[in-house]
Design a protein around this ligand. Structure first.
Ligand SMILES: Cc1cc2nc3c(=O)[nH]c(=O)nc-3n(C[C@H](O)[C@H](O)[C@H](O)COP(=O)(O)OP(=O)(O)OC[C@H]3O[C@@H](n4cnc5c(N)ncnc54)[C@H](O)[C@@H]3O)c2cc1C
Length: 482
């Protein structure tokens, strides 16, 4: 038997036929990333049912030098969960590990397996009068392990922070199979390095998250959702500042989208309607909330906020959702931008951040420069203005051939955008991670000292380099491995 045949047979012995398969019908659907940009190959799909099984399986991989690509819901945007084309690695899916282990209502904490889907977490918390304060468009697929490993953001970061702020403890399997049991949700703990923080955002390159303890908050008692039409992105920035001043900590979300995104979504969702009758160059989606059941001040806040915004010319028009169904419909428009843009055709996606105050200047500088330099392209930026983070997509010319365009002109466009972001003192990955998509660019533009430290940590925790090779950690100049 070849070594890979020996490995496969040992994997089936360990995990059983449900836990390890090489059946192409079961494996292939997981070999392409959500955006359809990367397709890889794998010698099998492992789906362990417990942390102990993950640990034993990782030990087996370490013995056979088999690279492991951890995968949750495969909704990531940077190709981090897609193996390379060699077919020498295994996909390690955490989806079967989907139990809520404990829900402590008094402490407002929940401990769950890594494969729990975000929507399930929301439903579980809400059934007990609580909520998990992080949400995003991929909530029906994204898992807790994936959200932790990418330090995901979403539409509530403005008020509650990224995934990093929600995680109280982590359980993870390290590259040699050891189990790091860090589920202790202590408020204060200064026993040395905060290892869970090292694992958060490490994209499966340092360890495999198998469980987490998360903080919950009281459920929202009431909310108001407003759709505003704006004349420019600068007006959006001014409106954001205005809303922050007027609503204070009640401001839960502030998202922006240009007219092109709304048009794409309306074309993509046949039953959807534009919230405002007139056309506007930009739109903002704003949510104001209260957790106080006795309070009736939300209407007053929103009325005053938009009366003064109109007086000061910050908005051209605005409408408040009349009820929960309409509020959900407004959010559905926002959350459908990614699939709607994907349906249009090839695009280079950039998940960038710059200081909030400089975002209008960035968009107003970048868009004409890119569209002139790369004729036929169209640049659109949408998303989390309140966090200084937008998804800046450059759509391909109409005659572009998918695959070829991304690898030629697309690469030049991304380098151009990233150079500009760097000039603005920003980040080339605000929330989607590096994966395989931005690894070279991180190597090109990252701070050399930070990159060296990342390589040192990677080598220390994964000396064989079996955890998600080819992702996140850039190669050292002239080296074959990080
Ligand atoms: C429509 C849509 C909208 C989105 N909007 C946002 C948004 O607003 N903000 C945002 O931040 N993201 C957004 N995303 C991206 C995505 O949902 C997040 O990146 C999410 O965190 C990925 O979770 P996942 O379980 O699908 O992980 P996967 O895609 O399976 O994996 C992502 C990365 O994490 C690693 N990984 C997965 N599970 C584990 C584990 N248990 N242990 C170790 N490593 C692991 C993988 O190897 C890979 O590197 C969106 C996605 C979609 C489809």
């Amino acid at each position: 038997m070849t070594d890979s045949a020996l490995f496969r047979s040992a994997a089936i012995d360990l995990l059983g036929p449900r836990g390890f398969t090489t059946d192409p019908e079961l494996v292939n659907p997981w070999l392409t990333d959500w955006r359809g940009r990367y397709t890889g190959a794998a010698m099998g799909l492992a789906s362990p049912a417990t942390t102990a099984q993950v640990s034993q399986f990782v030990q087996l991989c370490a013995e056979h030098h088999v690279p492991i690509v951890p995968q949750g819901g495969n909704s990531g945007m940077s190709g981090g969960a897609t193996p390379d084309a060699s077919g020498t690695s295994v996909l390690l899916s955490l989806r079967r590990m989907n139990a809520i282990r404990d829900l402590d209502i008094d402490a407002a904490q929940l401990t769950c397996d890594a494969g729990v889907v975000l929507q399930t977490l929301h439903d579980t918390a809400s059934a007990r009068g609580l909520r998990f304060p992080l949400t995003l468009g991929g909530k029906g697929s994204a898992t807790i392990g994936g959200l932790i490993s990418t330090n995901a953001g979403g539409t509530q970061v403005l008020r509650h922070g990224t995934m990093r702020a929600q995680v109280l403890g982590i359980e993870a399997v390290m590259a040699d199979g050891q189990i790091f049991s860090g589920l202790v949700p202590l408020k204060k703990d200064n026993r040395g390095f905060d290892l869970k923080q090292l694992l958060i955002g490490s994209e499966g390159t340092l360890g495999i998250v198998t469980g987490a303890t998360l903080r919950l908050l009281p459920a929202i008692a009431d909310r108001r959702v407003v759709w505003a039409g704006l004349k420019s992105i600068s007006a959006a920035r001014d409106l954001l500042r205005h809303c922050e001043n007027m609503a204070g900590s009640a401001l839960e979300g502030f998202e922006v989208l240009p007219a092109h995104c709304l048009e794409s979504v309306l074309a993509y969702l046949p039953d959807a309607r534009a919230p405002l009758a007139e056309n506007h160059a930009w739109h903002a989606l704003i949510e104001v909330v209260t957790e106080d059941r006795e309070s009736d001040h939300l209407d007053k806040i929103v009325e005053q906020m938009f009366e003064t915004a109109m007086e000061r010319g910050l908005t051209e028009n605005a409408v408040m959702a009349a009820n929960e169904a309409q509020a959900e419909a407004f959010w559905h428009l926002r959350e459908s931008i990614s699939p709607a843009e994907r349906a249009i055709g090839p695009a280079m996606q950039h998940d960038i951040s710059v200081p909030v105050a400089r975002m209008p200047e960035f968009i107003e500088t970048a868009t004409p420069r890119i569209e002139n330099r790369f004729p036929g392209t169209r640049a659109v930026g949408f998303g989390h203005l309140g966090d200084g983070n937008i998804h800046y997509h450059v759509l391909a010319p109409a005659d572009a051939v998918r695959g070829a365009w991304e690898n030629a002109e697309g690469k030049a466009i991304s380098a151009y955008v990233h150079d500009l972001v760097t000039e603005f003192g920003g980040s080339i990955s605000a929330e989607h991670g590096i994966g395989q998509m931005k690894r070279e660019e991180l190597g090109r533009l990252g701070d050399p000292v930070a990159l060296d430290l990342m390589r040192v940590i990677k080598r220390a925790l994964d000396p064989q380099g079996i955890l998600n090779p080819g992702k996140l950690v850039p190669l050292a100049p002239g080296a074959a491995t990080p």
